[in-house]
Design a protein around this ligand. Structure first.
Ligand SMILES: [Zn+2]
Length: 322
């Protein structure tokens, strides 16, 4: 993928492209923004464009191929070990940076999760930032810039990244994952502009499991205790994906609200469940709002580590009764 062909983050890319074209690339950058929006992808492609033999990240030359396979000797990737980016890691990096580049004209370093720098590590890194070596480019990535030393912040050129608009993410997903248009749109909607969410384990949940979860939820009725308990049983199993399942249910009720108010179908998330949505179109607005409220209450309690099973049962009973 060439630097120019990355979808989204246009403004950020333009700034970087201008720097490349005018040969005014900064010694240090800070890419800040939520996790999973593609900061690292842009950083890697920016570095790739500098290493590339055609100077555009052609994707075919030997330098590009090495970058793509994480195999370029002049790129140094640093990430937290456990919960911290430690001073030893920074010292090792400084040692590496003090050596001549192996193949390129310069050395490139990506520090992913810079918010995890310990105080010692941050102070050590500050030295590198204060005395930049010619040809050395550092890119720090973080989701929490306020956790970095102001002295570090002031020495970096800062670029802020936000979540990608739904349609941009859908275009990327359909090309990367070979999804059809509908699937790509569903995945993009439920991933809220996050690549990580869309490309990770959520893909199967959002595309396949979503359908059965919504069917089970729709089948509940006020008197049906056993199906309610068995669905609670299923939801309880995987604590990690529970917030995403609540997002799925929320999107479904929201779709019903939109449909009731004659919004165009393209605004819906569950584009592949139009028939199912149409069948439930007669649910009243009051009832849908109560169902959404039940979801929100459950989310509130689950974030506070209450009895998970109980919170889910109460939520499902409220949804069924609403
Ligand atoms: Zn190339």
């Amino acid at each position: 993928m060439t630097f120019d062909s990355i979808v989204g983050h246009k403004q950020q890319k333009n700034i970087l492209l201008r720097a490349l074209n005018s040969q005014h690339v900064a010694h240090a950058y800070l890419f800040e923004g939520p996790d999973g929006v593609g900061k690292k992808m842009v950083a890697m492609d920016f570095v790739c464009a500098q290493l590339c033999q055609s100077k555009n990240g052609c994707g075919c030359c030997s330098a590009c191929l090495k970058v793509e396979s994480n195999n370029h000797p002049d790129i140094h990737l640093l990430a937290a070990e456990g919960q911290a980016l430690k001073i030893d890691q920074i010292r090792k990096l400084q040692q590496d940076l003090s050596l001549r580049p192996m193949e390129a004209n310069g050395k490139y370093c990506l520090i992913d999760g810079a918010e995890h720098l310990t105080t010692g590590a941050a102070n050590a890194l500050l030295k590198t930032l204060e005395e930049p070596q010619p040809g050395t480019i550092l890119i720090l990535l973080t989701n929490q810039p306020d956790k970095l030393l102001t002295t570090i912040l002031s020495r970096c050129q800062r670029l802020s990244f936000s979540r990608l608009p739904k349609h941009n993410l859908a275009v990327i997903l359909s090309s990367k994952l070979e999804l059809d248009e509908t699937q790509a749109k569903i995945l993009a909607s439920l991933s809220e502009g996050s690549f990580k969410k869309a490309l990770g384990t959520n893909r199967e949940l959002f595309l396949e499991k979503r359908r059965t979860l919504i069917q089970s939820l729709s089948a509940l009725s006020a008197g049906s205790i056993i199906p309610t308990f068995s669905l609670a049983d299923e939801l309880e199993k995987d604590k990690e994906v529970l917030p995403d399942i609540l997002d799925i249910f929320q999107a479904f009720f929201r779709d019903l609200l939109l449909l009731k108010h004659n919004r165009p179908e393209e605004e819906l998330v569950n584009l592949d469940l139009i028939d199912c949505l149409q069948r439930q179109k007669n649910t009243t607005t009051t009832s849908l709002l109560l169902k959404l409220k039940a979801l929100e209450t459950a989310r509130f309690h689950l974030q506070r580590n209450v009895n998970r099973r109980l919170a889910l049962e109460v939520m499902l009973m409220r949804i069924a009764a609403a």
